[in-house]
Design a protein around this ligand. Sequence first.
Ligand code: SAH
Length: 345
Amino acid sequence: MKSLVDILETTNSLDGDQLAALLTTRDIDVVDYLHRRARTVAQMHYGTGIYVRGLIELTNICRNDCLYCGIRRSNTHVERYSLTVDQVMACCEHGYRLGFRTFVLQGGEWGDERAAWIADIVAEMRHRWPDCAITLSLGEHSREVYALWRDSGADRYLLRHETHNAAHYAQLHPAEMSRGHRLQCLRWLQELGYQVGTGIMVGSPWQTVDHLVEDLQFIASFRPAMVGLGPFIAQHDTPLGGHPNGTIDMTTRLYSIVRLMLPGALIPSTTALATLAPEGRLQGILAGANVVMPNLSPGEIRAQYALYDGKAHSGSEAAEGLRQLEAQLATIGYHIDWSRGDCRF
Ligand code: SAH
């Protein structure tokens, strides 16, 4: 079985059965070997530096109704907010002083009538911090809107495909959403010259090993600059609130497999992983992840951006905890790399 890891490392690919075997093996020596090879490959590309991205949670107002998400429009228990332009700029200013050179604006999905407002924010950020990368993670929009934001200065876009299997996608989303449109958006983003990130929730309800294989095959063919993988975590006010959470084990296996498939990819050790266990963040890095995304949002709104229960938003998850993050990373021989951190392929 270890030979599968070697084949994956040397050829950057495996067939579906082989991928399934790595995802399901109970042989912990194999899993350990998988992680070790993945982190060696990550270090060959990125050394022991971990890129940081300052995450700004722009709004929890959303027109969508994804069945897993705590800020879905039918969740009436959420107090809705949208940051003001001044608040966003204050977050960036604070983040820049801390050393961040990438800002990520993430939020619920609005109709295109607010596109110009976002474009103005991006243009202002581009003007004030010309040396920083601007990443957007604001859901599905028209090609024109993505083009407008790109022209305003956005460099990167994160849009997880969530699951590549159309039937599974339909189980997790309302009827008006479709896998086809999500994939269309990803293609537009790539055509427009964004560095694109995609990815999935690991262990989402009804997900099978076959689905994960399909996701890996899609990721291999799409070749995103970044791959965001986090465990599904139930949110109690959603229809999927009673389902079990994803696991650290499956999430970190996927980090390692993706690292060996796309050696130069940017792979964040996600907040959801850190939420499952205090050591989750480090386990992700030891499995080949090379990015973390500390929260730069104003303290008073963080609890309202509750995508799932127990979401980590203090300690080393918050920008204020950067020193703590440095110390944590040092325990495994890593450090923060403060550069913009563009993808190396
Ligand atoms: N509206 C944007 C941003 C969504 S939030 C978009 O549609 O892309 C970012 C990510 O959080 C989502 O892509 C999803 O994968 C993840 N997420 C949402 N609910 C979650 C949950 N209950 N558990 C784990 N991750 C979740």
